[in-house]
Design a protein around this ligand. Structure first.
Ligand SMILES: [Zn+2]
Length: 255
């Protein structure tokens, strides 16, 4: 990577957290710990809310003893960003890497006709509306979606999808992609990173690592609005996206 390229990238650094699988059944104890941590340091993550959770694995987690949607609205008032994470989070399809990002694996959407995807996404969006919440961010369960998912999101007014390769958000097919590279707490010296957190699987040790990471990198943690201001569709960024895509597809096991 040339020095010029590195200097250009180094000006854009930042992290945002994406919390996956937010639903009435989840690890609420860990949610409470992470919520206290984020509130203490004024960190504003993106909450990936499943509008109508029908995933049997996720339903094994404890059901909240308060109104779920009131809690989501309260978090929104605190400045947390709300995203729609699939519709029912049920994997009825297996994608053989014919999904948008070429990951492959279980999917709620890949390969379904446009009209069917539109219907599912609309039903999900209606649940948010019914609860007086507006959502403009989408991300699919297991990162698997296709061009019809993108088109359906666009037609329903979603503005961004959190997924993809790269070091800066970029527009593609008229929607903003905010890259999500790692599951682990990596700190790259450049670029905008989305850090994915599955609260349901977080151990005590993971929590302590998260706490240390937040304290150490506090200045670099930014909000969704700030992330959106770092959009870049320059030629060097496109080259970097292709490079990262190829590298991560080869080393998928490390992320
Ligand atoms: Zn999920």
């Amino acid at each position: 990577m040339s020095k010029i390229l590195f200097n250009k990238l180094s000006k854009k650094t930042g992290f945002i957290f994406r919390l996956d699988d937010i639903a009435p059944n989840m690890n609420w104890e860990m949610m409470s710990r992470v919520k206290n941590l984020f509130n203490k340091f004024d960190v504003k993550p993106i909450l990936g809310v499943i509008p109508k959770n029908e995933d049997d694995d996720l339903k094994k987690y404890p059901l909240c003893n308060f109104d779920f949607w009131d809690e989501i609205k309260d978090l929104k008032k605190r400045g947390w960003e709300i995203a729609m994470h699939g519709y029912e989070h049920v994997y009825s399809i297996y994608s053989k890497k014919n999904d948008y990002m070429g990951y492959g694996g279980n999917s709620e959407f890949v390969g379904l006709p446009y009209e069917e995807q539109l219907k599912k996404l609309n039903l999900g969006a209606e649940i948010f509306k019914k609860n007086n919440l507006q959502v403009e961010i989408f991300f699919a369960p297991n990162h698997t979606f296709d061009i019809n998912t993108v088109k359906a999101c666009k037609s329903l007014g979603f503005k961004s999808i959190i997924d993809g390769y790269g070091l800066t958000p970029y527009y593609e097919n008229e929607i903003l992609f905010i890259p999500q590279l790692f599951y682990k707490l990596y700190s790259l010296p450049f670029g905008i990173q989305t850090i994915q957190i599955h609260l349901n699987y977080l151990t005590d040790e993971d929590y302590l690592n998260l706490e240390k990471f937040v304290e150490k990198n506090l200045k670099k943690i930014i909000s969704y609005d700030e992330v959106c201001k770092t959009v870049s569709n320059t030629f060097p960024d496109k080259i970097i996206r292709v490079f990262i895509k190829k590298t991560l597809q080869l080393k998928r096991s490390i992320i």
